[in-house]
Design a binder for this molecule. Structure first.
Ligand SMILES: [Zn+2]
Length: 310
């Protein structure tokens, strides 16, 4: 047992399932409901609401954790839904699904992940062990490393958090914006040591920076993975993806039959007011390109942004 900065006991009843997660340090209950419709989100979320959250917070710190147990974000979400869990996080990611994130607590609520530091921290649980070596992370957990980077890019862009690694006192201050791991919160964060010495946070930061802000989805890795996205407009679903020839397709048809060999992508966004559709991808020369379809038109206009992508 230890005590959070709020003076409430934080036990570790989560330990069996997810060792790093301390219990709540402030009151709150009830299952949140999804607000509004979520269209063309910057990350793809699977909503698995947890009842374990509390009052609004500030957005100073993006923090990484390792689950020390659950190896899939869906299993983690199931645990967070357990009334006895008394813990949660905003997001979760695993090494099985690239570009998909479990979402457990609204970002404008406080997740119960790092005890006294909860009020100013947005958190993600990586389905991983703190005992993994750097080589394990980089050589056999690259999907999870990329997911971590994509999440960091999303959070830092959305909340204007710099890609700056915080030291312990900065992380614990609640007044300095930046990036840290659970271990940086020290005793106020229940004294956990995740994500471990092997966690390649330098690589995660580098990737998050390179992917920039508000741009295209980073390319998935792994031959069995598909890169695709979906947007909804006036009740209809629009799917964008690359076919086997690397041609950008939307809802089963090639956007531009003369185009092929894309290296990554694609992503689709639809302006909810005008219906303007924008599909982005990286071409064979790894240049960021878009196709745009104006409202009422059946044709797509191609542009190259001339930006080099991953
Ligand atoms: Zn943790």
């Amino acid at each position: 047992m230890n005590r959070s900065s709020h003076g409430l006991a934080a036990s570790t009843i989560c330990a069996a399932a997810i060792g790093c997660v301390p219990t709540r340090n402030s009151s709150g209950s009830g299952t949140p409901t999804r607000k509004g419709s979520v269209i063309a989100v910057a990350i793809k979320e699977v909503w698995i609401p947890s009842p374990h959250y509390s009052s609004p917070q500030s957005y100073m710190v993006a923090a990484f954790h390792t689950t020390e147990g659950a190896m899939k974000y869906r299993d983690l979400g199931a645990w967070f839904q357990n009334p006895s869990a008394q813990c949660s996080s905003h997001h979760g990611a695993d090494n099985y699904e690239r570009g998909v994130f479990g979402a457990y607590v609204y970002e404008d609520k406080k997740a119960w992940t790092q005890a006294g530091a909860n009020p100013w921290t947005l958190s993600i649980e990586l389905c991983a062990y703190a005992s993994w070596s750097r080589s394990t992370w980089l050589n056999s957990k690259s999907i999870l490393v990329d997911n971590a980077a994509e999440w960091l890019n999303y959070i830092c862009d959305k909340y204007h958090i710099p890609f700056t690694l915080l030291n312990n006192s900065q992380a614990q201050s609640g007044t300095v914006k930046g990036v840290c791991q659970h271990v940086n919160f020290g005793s106020m964060g229940s004294g956990h040591h995740d994500c471990g010495d092997g966690f390649p946070i330098d690589v995660v930061l580098d990737k998050a920076k390179k992917w920039g802000s508000g741009g295209s989805q980073p390319a998935p890795e792994g031959s069995s993975l598909m890169s695709a996205s979906v947007a909804i407009y006036q009740g209809k679903q629009y799917f964008a993806y690359l076919n086997g020839a690397g041609t950008v397709c939307v809802n089963g048809g090639a956007v531009d039959p003369s185009q092929k060999g894309a290296s990554s992508g694609c992503d689709i966004a639809i302006d909810q007011e005008t219906g303007r559709k924008v599909v982005s991808y990286s071409n064979g020369d790894r240049i960021f390109c878009t196709y745009t379809q104006e409202p009422g038109s059946n044709s797509w206009a191609w542009t190259s942004k001339k930006w080099t992508t991953k």
